[in-house]
Design a binder for this molecule. Structure first.
Ligand code: UT7
Length: 334
């Protein structure tokens, strides 16, 4: 029986920084509104032809460099994204080719803002079973190309950023304390339409999956019932932490650091307040990057390592919530 340890983390943000003041020039919004409601000050948006796997390959190479393995040792790619390069095939296959990784399996998962937590749980199962030893897990998003950057889309477009995070997960022996201790995953499809992009898709009533009507109505742009998502995010992210603690028979005080999904600074402050978590134990990055969906947690972990906040041996809890609705939590010793 094996356990799974985090063996290297990398991240990449596109060079192009878009501040709230830049957004003021293209839509009816203000820096103050965005900061007060979300905490976001800027985000990175790709320029020109950069795609999701282009960001991922840079993050992946960095994660490999920060790990004890070489690219040739990777047995599998798991790629979490809701903004893949193409409708199909999945971005995992494109990344495999960009890394020159021969014929290893590549699997995309689409679990929105909970994508990385689902990905860690999936990788953990492949490794625990002994099927694979080293898995490259990616969370990468290019939201900017799909956002409505006019006033019509301002409630969503100011929130999202592009970026990629990568993690090498490797097998370790069952007595190694630095390993993934638990994952808890959930979904509630009755809220699927509260945060979604309806088109293009085969669930549409139309005969064609794309039409001028769809474009005109903006159905190819993300829609969100912000208030409903907000309330559920706080509730479910709190539950995720409690579920992890109870499962591992731990107390809140035992956790050294928390990584919450970064959708809104107010959500994370509310979760911390409800659970009585001291501010210094929560690592937030939303101010600089906005919501990077599946990339959020590895980007945060990378930055926390660089800042000297996340140190080897620390007990870490993550909790994420997103479209689906989906939510999940993981607990690990780094
Ligand atoms: O990653 C997946 C999870 N996503 C989330 O967790 C997001 C959850 N939701 C939220 O974070 C918040 O609901 C938002 C930040 C999206 C919105 O905050 P809010 O406090 O719920 O604002 P609101 O939607 O009630 O809008 C308040 C006002 C409205 O104007 P009126 O009707 O009061 O005149 C909006 O039209 O703010 C207006 N507004 C804006 N004003 C300036 C909406 N977006 C903007 C904007 N700039 N970008």
């Amino acid at each position: 029986m094996f356990r799974t340890k985090i063996n290297g983390i990398g991240r990449h943000l596109p060079d192009n920084i878009v501040t709230n003041y830049d957004l003021e020039k293209i839509m009816d919004t203000t820096h103050d509104w965005i900061v007060q409601r979300t905490g976001i000050e800027q985000r990175h948006w790709v320029k020109n032809r950069e795609g999701t796997s282009d960001l991922a390959v840079i993050a992946a190479k960095q994660a490999i460099e920060n790990s004890s393995i070489e690219a040739k040792d990777i047995d599998m790619i798991i790629f979490a994204t809701i903004t893949p390069d193409y409708f199909f095939p999945g971005s995992g296959c494109l990344l495999q080719e960009k890394l020159g990784l021969d014929t290893i399996p590549a699997m995309d998962i689409k679990q929105q803002c909970t994508g990385f937590v689902y990905g860690m749980a999936t990788a953990d199962q492949f490794i625990r079973s002994g099927m694979y030893k080293n898995i490259l897990l990616i969370g990468a998003e290019v939201h900017s190309k799909a956002l409505d950057k006019t006033t019509r889309g301002r409630d969503i477009s100011v929130l999202f950023g592009d970026g990629a995070g990568a993690m090498i997960l490797s097998a370790t022996n069952k007595d190694d304390p630095t390993c993934i201790l638990s994952s808890h995953l959930h979904s509630e499809g009755k809220f699927a339409k509260e945060l979604w992009t309806e088109a293009p898709g085969m669930g549409m009533d139309d005969e064609e999956f794309m039409s001028y009507d769809i474009l005109e109505q903006g159905k190819h742009r993300p829609y969100m019932n912000g208030k409903r998502v907000y309330v559920h995010a706080i509730k479910r992210m709190c539950e995720g932490i409690i579920e992890s603690l109870e499962f591992n028979k731990l107390k809140l005080e035992d956790i050294d650091l928390f990584f919450f999904h970064q959708a809104n600074l107010r959500i994370n402050t509310a979760v911390a307040e409800k659970l009585n978590i001291p501010e210094e134990k929560v690592f937030n990055t939303i101010q600089k990057y906005g919501n990077t969906t599946a990339a959020t947690i590895p980007i945060g972990m990378h930055d926390a390592i660089e800042a000297g906040v996340l140190k080897p041996g620390m007990l870490v809890a993550t909790s994420a919530f997103g479209s689906g609705f989906t939510w999940g939590s993981s607990l690990f010793r780094y």
